[in-house]
Design a protein around this ligand. Structure first.
Ligand code: COA
Length: 297
């Protein structure tokens, strides 16, 4: 689909994306690049990075791939340093790296829980923490006029409770909390905007194939308000909105993009039945108002 944004809204800006070589992260890399940004993507797998960079470059996007694991502080420092050495500045940090698998709480080892917390929550904080000196107003490679922006990719799992996702729910709850705390502290002190995006099920992603395998996908359909899964494009458009000046007054929010899925509950009664029942109840209550026994009317 065509982007509704002008192709130069991010002209000359530099974006670093963790997990930017595949899935939602890669689509965000692509759309930021198509709208003028220079793109650095960080990931653990060299082959994935190489192929992502080649695809971005084939679309005329200036892109580099930097190997690193967000769980390692030294990797975060090195990757940020290389981004600045290569592009001279940093305007946008997108934390899209995440780990996930379905497992019941009783079968999940504490190390499995910790692994996802380390990637999603600690990794997000580490990247933000190490990026601060570059993103802040007047920071290294930035002008004195404004600070950069951070986007944290989250989820909706923790809004209620999700089966077999105790680790990711806890990790994404922490991510949302990090988003708000940094929006407050760094918005105030350094003019940095910090926001999040909480995608629902998105087609062609590791998340969907890992968390909603084909066997359970069809069942879930009846619970979806819009009866469809989202596209990576939907998330990338939200990222453009939040990262560009279009979102200049947005700080500390996590935008939900799930078609209303997290609100949904199975319908327990048809519309026809509810009409009939409601009218019958209303008639009865008019004849006998609450607290007035029928014998006294
Ligand atoms: N069920 C239960 N436990 C699991 C598991 C599963 N499917 N997969 C991993 N674990 C546990 C391991 O058993 C281990 O715990 P233990 O030491 O107590 O046995 C712990 O998690 C770490 O596993 P390991 O394979 O060593 O971690 P890793 O760093 O190589 O991989 C993952 C991290 C597990 C998150 C891996 O899935 C990953 O790298 N994912 C990145 C991509 C991704 O998931 N994207 C989806 C985004 S929604």
């Amino acid at each position: 689909m065509e982007s509704p944004f002008k192709p130069d809204i991010l002209k000359g800006m530099v974006a670093l994306l963790t997990g930017g070589g595949s899935g939602i992260g890669f689509e965000i890399s692509t759309q930021l690049g198509k709208h003028g940004a220079l793109v650095a993507i960080m990931g653990r797998r060299k082959d994935v990075l190489d192929s992502a960079v080649a695809t971005l470059q084939s679309q005329g996007i200036r892109a580099i791939g930097l190997e690193g694991d967000v769980r390692k502080q030294e990797d975060a420092i090195r990757v940020l340093d290389s981004t600045i050495k290569h592009f001279g500045r940093l305007d946008i940090l997108v934390n899209a790296a995440a780990g996930n698998f379905l497992v019941s709480a009783e079968d999940l080892s504490p190390n499995g829980f910790r692994t996802v917390m380390d990637i999603d929550s600690v990794g997000t904080f580490t990247m933000c923490h190490e990026a601060l000196k570059y993103l802040k107003k007047g920071g290294l490679g930035r002008g004195p006029s404004n600070g950069g922006t951070i986007l944290n990719i989250s989820a909706t799992l923790h809004y209620t409770a999700s089966w077999y996702q105790i680790h990711v729910s806890a990790a994404k709850a922490a991510v949302d909390s990090i988003t708000r705390s940094l929006a407050l502290e760094w918005g105030t002190d350094y003019d940095i905007r910090v926001n999040g995006i909480a995608p629902g099920p998105i087609e062609d992603t590791a998340g969907l194939s890992k968390l909603a395998p084909v066997e359970i996908k069809s069942k879930a359909k009846e619970y979806r308000p819009l009866y469809k899964v989202g596209e990576k494009w939907d998330i990338a458009m939200a990222a453009l909105y939040l990262a560009s000046d279009a979102g200049k007054y947005i700080n500390g929010t996590t935008l939900i993009l799930d078609g209303g899925l997290w609100l949904s509950r199975p319908r327990y009664m048809s519309k026809e039945s509810v009409n009939q029942l409601s009218r019958a109840v209303e008639n009865r209550s008019r004849k006998s108002p609450v607290g007035v026994p029928a014998s006294k009317l």
